[in-house]
Design a protein around this ligand. Structure first.
Ligand code: COA
Length: 191
């Protein structure tokens, strides 16, 4: 069953995120991710998330925003010293974090054309390939359509197997980001 998620679901979202998504946030402890989602889901005018529940347990989620340019800054501003401390600790444990920050820094020049973005979608390891991701994406698109949005974008690593999932769902490549720092696609979809 698909439901809107609230900040009370942040811990469950954070766990699925940490275990399943590539990218910078997964390097941080679950507590940072939980705070990130608590903040994002407190602002319903900018962001929303939908979750798939089975036996009242969250099995997957999709998180989207109407203001992709603001979500990370909002979080860092709200918890600056905590985030700085966690970045330092995470960096000691995993120096790869520095590479991610360099990537983020260099990719700043390329901003998305569209503020509406599917930021994260993930399904728990044991529940993958059962159609849950598809149901989440369909529900996400319905929610955008209900709000009169007819186009959105997302970013995906070129080597992410999820790319096939997006291709199957008729996403088109808007931009190929191909340099020594990163290999990603910006994909877009008309609704
Ligand atoms: C991408 C993801 C959300 C898909 O969820 P899912 O529940 O496994 O997907 P579904 O079962 O709904 O699959 C829908 C269709 O996409 C295809 N598909 C899904 N994941 C795929 C993969 N990794 N490789 C190839 N095809 C895939 C399925 O085969 C299915 O096609 P079919 O209907 O013809 O069989 C899931 O694999 C995931 O959590 N990935 C890790 C997180 C991630 O990288 N997210 C994207 C970040 S940009």
């Amino acid at each position: 069953m698909i439901e809107f998620l609230s900040k009370n679901d942040a811990a469950a979202i954070a766990r699925i995120h940490k275990e399943n998504l590539p990218g910078i946030l997964s390097i941080y402890p679950v507590s940072v991710l939980k705070e990130f989602y608590e903040l994002q889901l407190s602002n319903a005018s900018k962001n929303f998330a939908l979750g798939f529940f089975e036996n009242r347990k969250l099995q997957g989620f999709v998180f989207g925003t109407y203001r992709v340019d603001e979500i990370f800054n909002d979080y860092i501003k709200s918890a600056f010293y905590y985030f700085l401390f966690q970045t330092f600790v995470s960096f000691l444990k995993n120096p790869k974090l520095l590479v991610y920050y360099l990537k983020a820094f260099f990719s700043k020049k390329r901003s998305s054309f569209c503020p509406v973005q599917l930021v994260y979608i993930a399904v728990d390891q044991n529940s993958k390939k059962k159609g849950i991701g598809q149901q989440l994406l369909d529900a996400f698109e319905n929610e955008l359509s209900r709000n009169n949005i007819n186009y959105f974008e997302l970013e995906v690593e070129q080597n992410n197997p999820a790319l096939r999932f997006y291709r199957k769902n008729n996403f088109e490549t808007i931009l190929e980001i191909n340099n020594w720092m990163e290999e990603k696609f910006l994909l877009g979809k008309e609704l």
